[in-house]
Write a protein that binds this ligand. Structure first.
Ligand code: ARG
Length: 463
């Protein structure tokens, strides 16, 4: 092996020399073959338009369009021989088309470039994923609504700082995630509406001198209209970044819920029992049932947000228009999309299958002085104290209960009155967690009546 024919350091890997290194860094076929169906759809639309505008003959267009279907079926059957020498999906498909139909294949690339072609293919691919995300989010929202309906009035502790704060309802907690995933859904829909302009026909960057009809190809591919500036059309990857941002925010929400499920399913909490289908056992500790699906969902945000950051860094500072840097967009988006869809499906399955443990939730709801705020509010409402004073007196009673190792409702009336003489037997009515949650009827509050109203609103929204 001479120095010319192979790099001294990477000689083993690139034994064939610099050409092989160039091919390895340049080729995208290893990953962009995932856009084969989109590439062929784009080319078929382009060929039909070229015939309609008289740029190529009807018979050439027919041969191209049918030949492309043959290529597609070869790819779908796994019979297609992808070639790294042919660099990317666009040239692999076109080269195979030439083998199948001969000379007319060479007319397909009239009035376009790989720059508008790749932008179009990738947009179509991302658009499909936005649709898949919409479906996944809707299914997850429905699963959460079912949980919320089943336990609209189950009491549980609400937390701030992961310290017991005030009692809330299970339904209310589920509906908090419905709101989050609902916003994720609206981000997905917004992104889809904004991205739905066709780059096809922008050609290399400046448009083309052929009398093409960009409205026709836009319509054929389900776009709302052609992109209005050819320079922008070939160099825009905002749609991929919006996809990754929406995915990142949603993955962040998924990770928060996953974290709660990990905590809630622990022996110390026992708030939920996850189904066997979404848990695993330990190879050594027989008592264990691990919330692996939740843990993996919790972790997915790392790679999804990583993809977002990576593509943002690829795009920053790129001059107009296309640069080969932009080929680095695809693997990030593919990986993020795969993992987002998987995380959505796993979360939906977990939520659908999980059982909220009503008794454990209720027992925990009453502990940790969770109704201290109700006591303070009672002192304001019934005794007429300023809230700050009521807060102080309640704090003293919490300290007393803590020193005695009991909860607030366990203190005697005498003990209560030692903190403030105006306290009466009536105070015990607000120290129960059921009363506490039922009283929080302000709009958006945790009272079961409010929760049920929100469930109905969502069901009507989705219908
Ligand atoms: N494989 C390329 C990509 O993914 C296709 C576009 C190539 N265009 C070019 N001018 N080299 O970006």
């Amino acid at each position: 092996m001479t120095e010319q024919s192979s790099n001294q350091m990477w000689g083993g890997r690139f034994a064939a020399g610099p050409d092989a290194i160039m091919e390895a860094i340049n080729a995208s076929i290893g990953f962009d073959q995932r856009m084969a169906a989109q590439d062929i759809a784009g080319s078929r639309a382009h060929a039909a338009m070229l015939a309609a505008t008289g740029v190529i003959t009807d018979s050439d267009a027919k041969a191209i369009r049918e030949g492309l279907l043959t290529v597609l079926s070869e790819i779908e059957r796994g019979e297609f021989q992808f070639s790294t020498a042919l660099e990317d999906i666009h040239m692999n498909v076109e080269a195979r088309l030439k083998e199948i139909i001969g000379e007319p294949a060479g007319r397909l690339h009239t009035g376009r470039s790989r720059n508008d072609q790749v932008a179009t293919d990738f947009k179509l691919w991302v658009r499909d994923q936005l649709d898949a995300a919409e479906t996944g989010l809707l299914a997850l929202i429905r699963a959460l609504l079912a949980q919320a309906e089943a336990g609209a009035d189950w009491v549980m502790p609400g937390f701030t700082h992961l310290q017991t704060a005030q009692p809330v309802t299970w339904g209310h907690h589920m509906m908090a995630y419905v709101e989050m995933f609902g916003r994720d859904l609206s981000r997905v829909r917004d992104a889809r509406a904004r991205m739905n302009e066709s780059p096809l026909g922008a050609a290399a960057l400046a448009g083309t001198s052929f009398p093409i009809d960009r409205d026709m190809t836009a319509k054929a591919l389900g776009f709302d209209r052609p992109a209005a500036n050819s320079l922008d059309a070939v160099s825009d990857r905002d749609f991929a970044l919006e996809f990754l941002s929406a995915a990142s925010i949603c993955a962040m929400h998924l990770s928060r819920f996953a974290e709660e499920l990990v905590i809630w399913s622990s022996a110390q909490f026992r708030f939920v029992t996850l189904s066997d289908r979404f848990s695993t056992g330990s190879s050594i500790m027989p008592q264990k049932k691990n919330p692996d699906a939740a843990e993996l969902i919790r972790a997915k945000v790392g790679r999804i947000f990583g993809a977002n950051t990576a593509l943002m860094m690829v795009m920053k500072g790129l001059p107009l228009t296309y640069s080969k840097d932009m080929q680095e967009d695809k693997e990030q988006v593919f990986d993020a999309a795969d993992n987002w869809m998987l995380a959505l499906a796993a979360m939906e399955g977990m939520v659908r299958d999980m059982t909220g443990n009503r008794e454990s939730l209720a027992a925990a709801a009453g502990s940790g002085f969770s109704t201290a705020t109700d006591l303070a509010d009672w002192l304001v409402r019934v005794v007429g104290l300023p809230f700050r004073d009521a807060h102080h007196i309640t704090g003293a009673l919490v300290a007393l209960a803590e020193s005695k190792g009991c909860d607030l409702p366990d203190l005697s009336l005498d003990e209560m009155q030692s903190a403030h003489a105006g306290i009466t037997q009536d105070v015990y009515s607000v120290l129960g967690v059921e009363n506490s949650v039922n009283s929080r009827m302000s709009y958006g509050g945790t009272a079961p009546t409010q929760v049920r109203a929100q469930i109905e609103r969502w069901k009507a929204n989705l219908a």
